[in-house]
Design a protein around this ligand. Structure first.
Ligand code: GYE
Length: 325
């Protein structure tokens, strides 16, 4: 096991603590083409959710000209091939560093090797990859398995001892966020009276969350007691489907989600959601700090993990106005 330490005093909103694990050499290119400006290519997943909008904003703010960056931004519309092409184009442009929020976990080995051969350091942000650790300098993200486990524990504590029928809206298939949340959640509800009626992807979007929930309602109707959605947006799409079917979200069908963006927290405060596990999207500042160090050849930790909170309806009401995103 690698040693863990908590880094405090990071100038981010609220009480965010980063757990840093391991230690890796900076490596990387000489950096900053002489004028001190660091050119960074950022390969974002797309714009699927409220979480993603907040994350993109945080990244653009942190990688600003005023902070010494020239940011080349690409959003791949959640198409893995397009994202690989974007990273390849950053390599061809000879950027100083690449920041990657990988849509899916697999398929990165070749292009990450190409970046390494070109001496361009890659820093992962948000999700993880299955490629070898020495193909990237560092990862700044969240503990998705723990998020799923927290959601599952709440469900097990509240519904685990009465027969309960659940449907699940999964995130993007093959993404670490979806895979790890499912793993954590499933382990927490093991051995309870909860039955999974169905589980399908809603691609982390409101539109697909609504469509898939419509299908669940047609198939199972009032048999459904509980919905677990891998993010707020799919839960919000499902809300519309539940209301259109003449049922009361939060009462007839209990709803548990992950993210805690403003719209999700509003639904929770209004009693239409029942529980939300936070996933903090404000990763820009820490990522920019790590990129600067890596480009300067300084050593950085292999991973920086943001600590998340969780909210029930009463807790949501208390914090709603002070939420920064
Ligand atoms: O939960 C979801 C977004 O990877 C943590 O992606 C991120 C997830 C987030 O689309 O809303």
């Amino acid at each position: 096991m690698k040693a863990k330490k908590i880094i405090t005093g990071i100038a981010l909103v609220g009480a965010i603590a980063f757990t840093a694990t391991g230690c890796a050499g900076g490596g990387g290119s000489a950096g900053g083409g002489g004028d001190g400006v660091i050119t960074v290519g950022f390969a974002q997943t797309g714009s699927e959710s409220g979480w993603r909008s907040a994350n993109t904003e945080s990244m653009k703010e942190a990688f600003s000209e005023a902070n010494g960056f020239n940011l080349i931004f690409n959003a791949a519309d959640n198409k893995p091939e397009a994202q690989i092409a974007a990273v390849r184009s950053f390599i061809n442009q000879g950027v100083d560093a690449i920041v990657l929020a990988p849509i899916v976990t697999d398929g990165w080995d070749d292009v990450l090797k190409e970046a390494k051969d070109a001496n361009i350091p890659v820093i992962l942000e948000d999700r993880t990859v299955s490629a070898s650790e020495d193909l990237y300098a560092s990862w700044i993200g969240l503990d998705f398995e723990k998020e799923g486990e927290t959601a599952g524990k709440w469900v097990a504590d509240n519904f685990g001892s009465t027969p309960t029928n659940m449907v699940v809206l999964e995130g993007t298939t093959g993404s670490s966020a979806a895979t790890d949340r499912a793993t954590g959640f499933d382990s927490a509800i093991k051995g309870t009276d909860i039955t999974v009626l169905d589980s399908q992807t809603g691609n982390f979007t409101r539109a697909d969350g609504k469509t898939v929930m419509e299908g669940f309602l047609q198939k199972y109707g009032s048999q459904i007691n509980l919905l677990f959605a891998h993010n707020d947006d799919m839960g919000l799409g499902a809300l519309e489907a539940i209301k259109a079917a003449g049922m009361k979200p939060g009462t007839d069908i209990k709803i548990v989600t992950i993210d805690a963006v403003k719209d999700g927290m509003t639904a929770l405060s209004n009693g239409e959601f029942n529980y939300i596990v936070e996933c903090n999207p404000l990763l820009g500042e820490k990522t920019a700090e790590v990129v600067k160090k890596v480009v300067a050849g300084e050593s950085v930790d292999k991973s920086y993990i943001v600590e998340d909170q969780a909210f029930d309806q009463e807790q949501a009401k208390k914090v709603l106005d002070s939420r920064p995103y």
